[in-house]
Design a protein around this ligand. Structure first.
Ligand SMILES: Nc1ncnc2c1ncn2[C@@H]1O[C@H](COP(=O)(O)OP(=O)(O)OP(=O)(O)O)[C@@H](O)[C@H]1O
Length: 229
């Protein structure tokens, strides 16, 4: 069974003469453990597609099955429950809580789980250590460099231990060296079994992934697989 199954997905924004059809009949199947980049010109529908895959938005038409569950028919509460269980996000501008410490930011996804304080501390410490940012744990995130902030965002995505990690232009605010480090981390997460989907404009970033889906004007233009493109 596929992890992600999109069938004839349409997404329309606005009403009447002000409508934009952002996705026009997208079919996409993604298996467990895939590592995919989504590429395409500005305005082609990449973020719209990622938002639907991430259960942040719902399609206007079509069916989306996530791990066998038709999520298009779910109510908001159910949808957010499934999202928290299955999906983590990494954003271009990190989306961290500015007044919180590194530890508090990484612990965020665990608040909704039924875990003791000790369990949360152990998990967070494990991933801070893994990402080499344990020494920063008491620091306020606003005091960190861009590369450090993105590591905190990755630690937050890892601590949730979800099957799927979605990233919208994750290297966009990083220099080349930090961008490459981030992609190496994604490779490592993928080798550990995570399904990772990255939106990028950068062919170099896409070259780390094993499948490239290109979108043009709301439709899939090409879908190529290979061992590290
Ligand atoms: N909330 C919205 N309301 C109205 N139109 C929207 C909304 N979000 C996106 N659109 C439109 O839908 C189309 C696809 O947008 P989307 O952001 O998915 O493209 P994109 O490929 O991610 O672009 P970029 O690379 O510039 O981020 C665009 O024409 C955009 O203007």
């Amino acid at each position: 069974m596929a992890l992600i199954e999109l069938e004839n997905i349409y997404k329309t924004y606005g009403e009447d003469e002000y409508t934009t059809v952002a996705l026009k009949g997208v079919d996409l199947t993604v298996d467990n453990g895939e590592f995919i980049s989504i590429m395409g010109p500005s305005g082609s529908g990449k973020s719209t597609l990622l938002n639907i895959i991430g259960c942040m938005d719902v399609p206007t038409k079509g069916v989306y099955r996530l791990d066998g569950v038709n999520v298009t028919t779910l109510r908001d509460k159910e949808l957010s429950r499934i999202r928290n269980q299955k999906i983590s996000f990494v954003f271009q501008h990190f989306a961290l809580m500015h007044h919180f410490t590194v530890f508090e930011n990484v612990a965020l996804p665990l608040w909704k789980r039924e875990l003791s304080k000790k369990e949360i501390k152990e998990k967070v410490d494990h991933y801070l250590e893994k990402l080499g940012i344990a020494h920063l744990k008491k620091k306020n995130v606003s005091k960190l460099s861009g590369g450090q902030k993105q590591r905190v965002a990755i630690a937050r995505a890892m601590v949730a231990e979800t099957d799927i990690v979605l990233a919208d232009e994750p290297t966009g605010a990083l220099d080349q060296e930090n961008g490459a480090r981030l992609m190496e981390l994604f490779c490592q997460m993928n080798e550990e079994g995570k399904c990772i989907i990255v939106i990028t404009h950068d062919e170099k970033v896409a070259s780390y992934t094993k499948r490239i889906v290109r979108i043009v004007d709301g439709q899939i233009h090409s879908d190529t697989k290979g061992e590290r493109q």
